[in-house]
Design a protein around this ligand. Sequence first.
Ligand code: F6R
Length: 364
Amino acid sequence: EKGNYRHYMQKEIFEQPIVVAQTLQSYVRPFEGEVALPVSEADLEQVGRLTIVACGTSYYAGLVAKYWVEQFARVPVDIDVASEFRYRQPVLEPGGLALFISQSGETADTLAALRHAREQQQRIAVVVNVPTSSMAREADLLLPTHAGPEIGVASTKAFTCQLAVLAALAANLARANGRLTRQEEEDIVAHLQEAPAALNAALNHDDDIAAMAHLIAPARDVLYLGRGPDYPMALEGALKLKEISYIHAEGYAAGEMKHGPIALIDDAVPVIVLAPSGPLFEKTVSNMQEVRARGGKIVLISDANGIAQAGEGCMATIEMPEVHPLIAPLVYAVPVQLLAYHVAVLKGTDVDQPRNLAKSVTVE
Ligand code: F6R
């Protein structure tokens, strides 16, 4: 079943161009240049506020969605990890829209949060990969990802498919709120349609990433930095590394480093910087230089342009294709997944079945 792949996780990482394309088929009409969700248009009208709840990697997809929904639709977004949601007594106006994101559709904390939101008269939207799951059944608005079965415990392809769905959802909310011109909608659709090829281009750097994994494998701690929608990707990179290689890792907003974590920097703590070219590049790079000035060893993940501008003096660079900022989070998921994967393989850990973890967490 793994075909030529050594692990399910590796196979699933490489499936991403196909499954993201498959997922997009249900969310965009490329020839018309329109987003078209598999729910009725009326369901997404008059959304004044969006509450997002999820766990783990699915939560990070939700964090990216917050940037998109606020940027495109100008709809305020509240987001919580599911295990905290119910206990902070969230203010939920009756008739509000609550969005739950889950690969399995069975995560106990997320399911309990969904039921809590239902009791608070929220409309329930669900982004879920398992169509027969509890969450899929309990949803008012079902937004499926079409990643196919995900077997590796660490989530990979489900995550990028979630991002594809969430980008389309953000665009749809924007259109419903009269915030999207025809041209903007066409552009968003065109950028999303570029994602599968860009994911392929990112996957082509697998050998380079495998070749530099030995720089990370001996570390005890690793930091990941990103800004804007690439900040959640730093969190995701750190989670992937923790889960499968058992190396302690933290993701930070690049600008937050100087408020504390920079004290950790020395030449034994590799710092992975996610910095695609674009409006946030210069700021992220200046945060990177602060780290370097303190002896930090940097792995810069950027495109050719970014590497030409800022790659000098880095311990290593990983080149990504040049992409529109909208799809950068999908594309930059690939190198952080592959890096975690190759480091874990070097360390000899059980990549598909990491210790202490289960594919679906059905206790609260
Ligand atoms: C990370 C991972 C977990 C899950 C989390 C939520 O690689 O697999 O953090 O993302 O347990 O699971 P779902 O998405 O099934 O609700």
